[in-house]
Design a protein around this ligand. Structure first.
Ligand code: GTP
Ligand code: MG
Length: 171
């Protein structure tokens, strides 16, 4: 007779960094090479069992990264307990965009929000443009969890969501 805790989680980041792919990997353990860009936002839910007595259910809002949807984001991060801010390790601009989302969350979201920075597409190591150490240092300074993932190979995807679950207030 364990307890289930529910949290609203929002994914933010530039278009094409792999937000929908990360959620699809986490929820369905599946990857599409040709995924369509999200329109507005998509909702999915997934539970993680931490131990015999603790289950965490994430209610996930996968937002659209295209600039034209930017004004919708506050609807999704408002009231969110946690956020995953995603960039693509092969695209320098995507880390700048991720940092601007972190700033916006720190200004406008719940002050207790748990934020994870996620560098996605580690399977494209040969095209890496963003150094792991630099991103880790930024994450440490900003007080963020930090993971590098691949939605394609599933590298670190469950670890990312499990680390967030463990960071949530469970009492
Ligand atoms: P928007 O919905 O427009 O904001 O984009 P998004 O961040 O949801 O990106 P999406 O998941 O649609 O992925 C964009 C493209 O990157 C797709 O062609 C994916 O197949 C590809 N992709 C996503 N994750 C990975 C990954 O880990 N590795 C590789 N090689 N490709 C990936
Ligand atoms: Mg998407």
């Amino acid at each position: 007779q364990g307890k289930t805790y529910q949290f609203k989680l929002v994914l933010l980041g530039e278009s094409a960094v792999g937000k929908s792919s990360l959620v699809t990997r986490f929820v369905k353990d599946h990857f599409d090479e040709y995924r369509e860009s999200t329109i507005g936002a998509a909702f999915l839910a997934q539970t993680i069992t931490l131990d015999d007595s603790t289950t965490v259910k994430f209610e996930i809002w996968d937002t659209a990264g295209q600039e034209r949807y930017k004004s919708l984001a506050p609807m999704y991060y408002r009231g969110a307990s946690c956020a995953v801010v995603v960039y693509d390790i092969t695209q320098t601009s995507s880390l700048d965009k991720a940092k601007s989302w972190v700033d916006e969350l720190h200004r406008q979201a719940d002050p207790d929000i748990v934020i994870a920075l996620c560098g996605n597409k580690t399977d494209l190591e040969a095209r890496r443009a963003i150094d792991t150490k630099a991103a880790q240092e930024y994450a440490d300074e900003a007080g963020l969890l930090f993971f590098e993932t691949s939605a394609k190979t599933a590298h670190n995807v469950n670890e990312l969501f499990t680390a967030i679950a463990k960071r949530m207030p469970l009492e």
